[in-house]
Design a protein around this ligand. Structure first.
Ligand code: BG6
Ligand code: MG
Length: 216
């Protein structure tokens, strides 16, 4: 068994199903720009920052050079507006199965916890879910130079927790996120599709299925 001292969580799609809301908001923006955003394409946007996601969408519609930087910033703000409407009514009932029990167990076991989400909306969402107090550290994505799949955000979380990465577990729903955890030298737990997350050390359908003693 691993010697686990810290668990570092992704937010969207792991703690609550906001991955779906990001998809719906991009889909709406895509429709306005004449660029279809399919569920399949959206898999490549999971874990990726707002501006990088926009660039990928514009590229997929062959429109990467159709907008100025100011216009792109406006499009990103517009997407965030749609997203904020969708998350406005989020509440503790929207916490995904198994998450709160896991967080409680980690607290009781003296295991430190961190959040490594690319989302600038993460503290707002954790607050609405009533989960903010379970987290010892939250990485500010605005201070991260290279987004997932780069390991920087997970390495930063471990540093903030004053833990060595090889004593930490990272939990992710996105392929890019699992890659980031692996490159950070942590043990990776994927939540979701076994094929998409086949590079994770361990995959569960939901966190209800995660028992720390099974890892390693
Ligand atoms: C990640 C999501 O957690 O955060 C991405 O998986 C999203 O889909 C990214 O684009 C940035 O989120 P936000 O809330 O800052 O636009
Ligand atoms: Mg995610």
């Amino acid at each position: 068994m691993l010697e686990i001292k810290g668990v570092i969580f992704d937010l969207d799609g792991v703690i609550t199903d906001t991955a779906e809301f990001h998809f719906l908001a991009w889909k709406q923006l895509g429709e306005e720009l004449g660029i279809p955003v399919s569920r399949e394409f959206n898999e490549h946007l999971k874990g990726i920052s707002r501006m990088e996601s926009l660039e990928k969408i514009l590229e997929s519609g062959d429109k990467a050079s159709s907008y100025t930087m100011d216009e792109k910033l406006e499009l990103a703000v517009r997407k965030n507006g749609y997203y904020r409407q969708l998350i406005d009514s989020i509440a503790p009932k929207d916490i995904l199965p198994g998450v709160e029990a896991l967080l409680q167990g980690l607290r009781q076991g003296g295991i430190r916890t961190g959040l490594a989400s690319a989302s600038h909306n993460a503290p707002f969402i954790l607050d609405k879910l009533g989960l903010l107090h379970y987290f010892d550290v939250i990485v500010d994505p605005g201070k991260i130079r290279s987004g997932k799949p780069d390991p920087e955000i997970f390495q930063t979380a471990a540093k903030m927790l004053q833990l060595s990465p090889n004593t930490c577990i990272g939990i992710e729903d996105a392929a890019a996120g699992v890659e980031a955890i692996n490159s950070a030298g942590m043990y990776s737990v994927g939540v979701g599709d076994r094929i998409i997350l086949s590079h994770a050390n361990y995959v569960v359908e939901s966190l209800l299925g995660l028992r720390l003693q099974d890892l390693g």
